[in-house]
Design a protein around this ligand. Sequence first.
Ligand SMILES: Cc1cc2nc3c(=O)[nH]c(=O)nc-3n(C[C@H](O)[C@H](O)[C@H](O)COP(=O)(O)OP(=O)(O)OC[C@H]3O[C@@H](n4cnc5c(N)ncnc54)[C@H](O)[C@@H]3O)c2cc1C
Length: 510
Amino acid sequence: MKIPNHGLFPDDAANRKLLSLVHPDNWQNPSPSPCYNLVVLGAGSAGLISAIATASLGGRVALVERHLMGGDCLHTGCVPSKSLIRSARVAADLKRAGDFGLSPQSGVRKEDFSRIMERLRNIRADIGENDAAARYRDLGVDVFLGEGMFTGPDTLDVAGQTLRFKKAVIATGASAVPPPIPGLKETGFLDNETLFFLTERPEDLLVIGGGPIGCEMAQAFARLGSRVSLVQDTRLLPQESAEVSRLMTEVLEEEGIQLYTDASILKAEELPDGRKSLVLNHGGQEIRLDAETLLVAAGRKPRVEGLGLEKAGVRYNTKQGILVDDFLRTSNKRIYGAGDCCMAWKFTHAADASAQIAVQNALFMGRKRVSRLLMPWCTYTDPEVAHVGMGEREAETLGIEVETFTFPMEENDRAKTEGEKKGFVSVMVKRGSDRILGATMVSSHAGESIGIFTTAMAAGMGLGALASVIHPYPTQAEAIRRAAGLYRKSRLTPRIAALLRGWLDMARKY
Ligand SMILES: Cc1cc2nc3c(=O)[nH]c(=O)nc-3n(C[C@H](O)[C@H](O)[C@H](O)COP(=O)(O)OP(=O)(O)OC[C@H]3O[C@@H](n4cnc5c(N)ncnc54)[C@H](O)[C@@H]3O)c2cc1C
């Protein structure tokens, strides 16, 4: 079978190694089993977990991938973006060397950028070993490389072979969708699928989109020395509270990024010298921006087209993707969905959790529900923004009265020693109880620390109990105890305070 060249760019040792792992040139698809317990369409995070879970339980499983095993997370999402962000953090620390008592360091040079991208590609090739086709084959998964398409309610064709299944999981993910801006397509732009192909630093970068990916990449490129402007049609990080948006606006502006929030883009065009230009309406004024490179980091849509879903009797639409119930079952009871193609939460850990639910429900008549999942998330800007549970808006919509306790990071000793000035821990409880409904953390490693709230919420631990948990000093986790301490303090009624004072007065006398 001839496998098309899945050209990762550039053609260097790291990308060749990666390709040899996740889409080997000489790959031979196996002869299909007469019938599989599970056929999995798509080998991104959700598909890989579905396949490995089934094989490890002794099931016959086929995994079908048309492009690169590992999907978005490994190739065009989490792994490359977080590798780039790490280099950008080092650059930001070097720039602030004077704040830490060191001699001022030179900024990032243009030629450093190609080594930074080389590091990224090496990390990706290294992590790629986990997702290698041969590794999955050796673990008992029948790996088929090729475009998969349902041909009936219990059959799927790939590379000229038909796979029969008792159950199937669709895990085809999501892809970037450019916003409907006149002239955008003709202007030419990068998105997450092409951004990490860069080998030279853009002198200036125009980012469309102020969600997690837009903010992360705008900050990273600014730290690596590009002049960055960002255009967003609402406030930054609109899925977070207004306080988080304000803080992120301050952070990005202080780092020299030109922000145009609540702006509408009227058109895009390529200038005669090849520069990309956007015309926007910002605060009632028409503004023209131009840059060497345009990055579109707005909008993702589930991959549902060309999968033969009609033949399989699976309902879908282009916005929500594969339509599933709380058990992740589609309209064809044999077929389940997992990951970005059907979930509102588009994260790797959500893809993983949903795959586990789909496999249990599909193979073992399980009754696991998506609505029971407690899903934390994190935006890897600096400071990071992490959240779990409800936000105030959601509580209001549900008519739940809440109390919120907030502790500023600038009062945390570890943040002081780290030179961190911005951030907070905020936790929301149901009014009159210590039941934690949600929490937000903004700090340098909020993505790690939010796990404390997630664990407490999953275990049904109240905020009162969380106030008694001891953390090493000095850590940012202590800020969680302090926020919980504010809750405890709020429970100190004037009567209890008077009783305690009386007791202490008495103790001095006798
Ligand atoms: C820039 C960026 C940064 C991100 N950062 C983070 C982060 O830090 N943390 C986080 O949790 N999430 C992050 N995400 C989101 C995360 O990458 C996705 O949520 C996750 O990869 C979804 O996994 P999935 O398995 O559902 O889909 P995918 O990873 O997209 O996998 C789907 C697979 O299906 C294959 N496929 C599709 N159609 C067919 C077909 N017909 N036949 C065969 N194969 C097919 C595709 O080729 C693909 O390999 C980021 C995303 C982006 C874009």
